[in-house]
Design a protein around this ligand. Structure first.
Ligand SMILES: Cc1cc2nc3c(=O)[nH]c(=O)nc-3n(C[C@H](O)[C@H](O)[C@H](O)COP(=O)(O)O)c2cc1C
Length: 185
């Protein structure tokens, strides 16, 4: 099985989660990790399982002004120690879905978000899952969040959780088809 894990990331946390998911998928799938930019120039129609994730910005998927604000924050406040990801200046998932030839295979969505009740933080993964569904993919797992602390760094256990989630999703995606009602709610 071939898998691609596509990520958007400003500070590297979502990229780190994407890499851990790809490690988890490894026993079941030959996986590649792609930034949104890279994904646009990759033929994804030959991929059996697509896993797509991004950071949560204002309760949902990022937008250009929010990404610009995130970059500005990192530049203007070095005391926060925010490292910008190599892919941070590129386009976001929201603007790129149409340009990414996602194919109609199996897919799953994830995000990173702040610690706290989901009702307060929101989560990008449900919107990502919705986009995947609208582009013809079959969702095989419920959208999932991985958590960063107030300092914008992944909580220590999250990489392991991402690896385990990747393994579960890759094990037998056919048995995991998720009704759209669970994703849209
Ligand atoms: C402009 C902006 C808005 C954000 N809004 C939210 C939010 O509404 N809910 C939340 O849980 N986290 C929010 N965050 C925190 C991000 O989710 C967190 O920085 C992100 O998961 C880190 O991923 P990255 O390192 O891959 O960019 C926001 C961050 C930024 C920069």
């Amino acid at each position: 099985m071939k898998a691609a894990v596509i990520y958007e990331s400003m500070y590297g946390n979502t990229r780190s989660v994407a890499e851990a998911i790809a490690e988890g998928l490894e026993p079941a799938a030959e996986s590649e990790v792609l930034s949104v930019e890279e994904a646009q120039s990759t033929d994804l129609s030959r991929v059996d399982l697509l896993v797509v994730g991004g950071p949560t910005h204002i309760h949902g998927m990022s937008r250009k002004p929010l990404r610009d604000a995130a970059l500005k924050d990192a530049l203007e406040h070095p005391e926060k120690g925010l490292q910008t990801d190599a892919a941070a200046g590129g386009t976001g998932l929201r603007e790129s879905f149409d340009a990414m030839k996602t194919g109609t295979g199996k897919a799953a969505a994830f995000d990173t978000r702040l610690q706290g009740p989901e009702m307060l933080t929101g989560h990008a993964s449900k919107s990502i899952a919705k986009q995947l569904g609208q582009h013809g993919c079959e969702l095989v797992a419920k959208p999932v969040s991985f958590i960063v602390g107030k300092d914008n760094r992944l909580l220590p256990e999250e990489r392991d959780r991402a690896r385990e989630w990747g393994t579960r999703v890759g094990r037998d995606p056919r048995r995991r088809a998720v009704p759209h009602i669970l994703i849209d709610s």
